[in-house]
Design a protein around this ligand. Structure first.
Ligand SMILES: Nc1ncnc2c1ncn2[C@@H]1O[C@H](COP(=O)(O)OP(=O)(O)OP(=O)(O)O)[C@@H](O)[C@H]1O
Ligand SMILES: [Mg+2]
Length: 411
């Protein structure tokens, strides 16, 4: 298989680094042909804190995926997340270059450039500029104005920014693993490509990607992303609570959580017990599974409450007819959707990526939402170098910066 026919999604998470290689079948369709996952040790709360360890994890994950796929890719689409992510909405307006003539692609690029002209601090960089809605003259609610007639074009965009240093550390780790970065994609945006349907995005939905270190939030309404935020808590905090609450080592707490965890004590049979190993060779002892659920519930509730507070910062929290979709590894906990319904007071479900191909059983789990979403994002980007976004001029700046980085590494 030619390398051009493949796309690689690289999810550099707090608990695992995962590379997924897919074969491009055209028209947005793909087959997963390789998956490699290794534990991640170089990140804290979604941010690289140890470059060498991150490079090792990336190298191993990509090599495992390569062996399975039988192809050696040279570039990847990578996710980015962490508490440094900020987002804002901005507006731009231009005169259509030839009044009373058709709006051209060039006009659309110009108006988005105008909307991008907001003061962004030197230590932050633009990751995405996502158009929400266009106005041609006074006609609102236009998704694609190309070909329409008018004299004045306006746009509202959602701008996602991240700390320059965090983005650089991710790019640098990938380059050190001998790979090129095609694009850096906000993780919850990537996950949304894997688990949300167009209907949900149109009706209004909040996506919560509950990972190991962070819970990433993305709100969609009327088909567009409206708000993004990150809560610095995730599955690792639940594990730590269990280790303390049941006085057991962290590895055992993790195992107990994954195998027996439940976020809603009321759905656990009162007489169900589990064996909990003691610390420092102490005898295992039986513990009621309901007690385990009583340790988990408040932490998950806290994560949801913080997420709800973040959601209320946008104007869309009360308009989410499709409710909440949970994804990420920690969303596999029993009872989590029911607890989410109570806290958010709206319908909630666990979103599992929808995919096809021979390796479907390897990747159809919420834990792979970001990796698969990166591939879908890449395939839905317009052809021609798989640009990040038709109208995202920042992409070229990004590539230029990435290339400058290569040279810096040489000297
Ligand atoms: N069956 C399960 N029940 C509960 N939790 C689970 C289960 N399986 C995995 N987890 C938890 O999911 C978390 C890992 O999820 P995921 O792989 O999505 O995180 P990540 O992408 O590495 O981290 P982040 O997105 O925060 O950077 C871990 O805390 C793990 O304990
Ligand atoms: Mg993740």
């Amino acid at each position: 298989m030619e390398e051009e026919e493949t796309v690689v999604g690289l999810d550099i998470g707090t608990t695992k680094v995962e590379a997924i290689i897919a074969q491009d079948l055209g028209e947005g369709e793909f087959d997963v042909i390789g998956v490699g996952t290794t534990p991640s040790e170089g990140l804290k709360k979604g941010v690289v804190v140890n470059l060498e360890k991150t490079v090792e994890s990336i190298t191993k994950a990509v090599r495992d995926a390569e062996l399975m796929a039988g192809v050696k890719p040279s570039s990847v689409y990578a996710g980015i997340a962490g508490g440094h992510i900020r987002s804002l909405n901005s507006r731009g307006v231009i005169a259509i270059s030839e009044p009373h003539k058709e709006v051209t692609k060039r006009d659309v690029e110009r108006v988005i450039d105008a909307a991008k002209a907001v003061a962004i601090p030197m230590d932050r960089e633009v990751l995405h500029v996502l158009p929400l809605e266009f106005w041609v003259d006074d006609q609102p609610g236009i998704k694609d104005p190309v070909g329409m007639m008018g004299v004045r074009l306006e746009v509202e965009v959602h701008i996602v920014t991240g700390a320059v240093t965090s983005a650089q550390n991710i790019c640098r780790s990938i380059r050190r693993a001998d790979l090129r970065v095609n694009d850096l994609v906000l993780q919850p945006l990537a996950s949304s490509y894997a688990v949300l349907t167009p209907d949900e995005k149109k009706l209004g939905v909040a996506l919560l990607d509950i990972g190991g270190g962070t819970t990433d939030i993305a709100i969609f309404y009327d088909g567009c992303i409206r708000h993004t935020a990150v809560v610095g808590w995730g599955g690792e905090n639940i594990t730590r609570d269990i280790a303390i609450g049941l006085r057991t080592p962290l590895e055992q707490a993790e195992r107990i959580k994954v195998n027996f965890g439940c976020a809603l004590p009321s759905i656990v049979e009162p007489d169900e017990t589990i064996k909990v190993p003691g610390v420092g060779g102490r005898e295992p002892r039986p513990v009621s599974r309901r007690i385990l659920a009583q340790i988990i519930e408040p932490r998950v509730e806290e994560i949801f409450t913080l997420a709800l507070r973040e959601m209320r910062r946008s104007d869309f929290a009360d308009l989410l007819a499709a409710g909440v979709v949970l994804t990420g590894g920690a969303s596999m906990m029993e009872g989590i959707a029911e607890l989410a319904e109570q806290v958010f007071d709206m319908p909630a479900k666990v979103g599992t990526p929808i995919t096809s191909g021979g390796l479907i059983d390897l990747v159809s789990s919420p834990i792979h939402a970001t990796g698969l979403g990166l591939i879908k994002y890449a395939l839905q980007s317009p052809k021609g170098g798989r640009r990040s976004h038709l109208t995202n001029n920042g992409f070229f700046e990004k590539i230029l910066r990435i290339m400058k980085g290569w040279f810096k590494d040489f000297f």
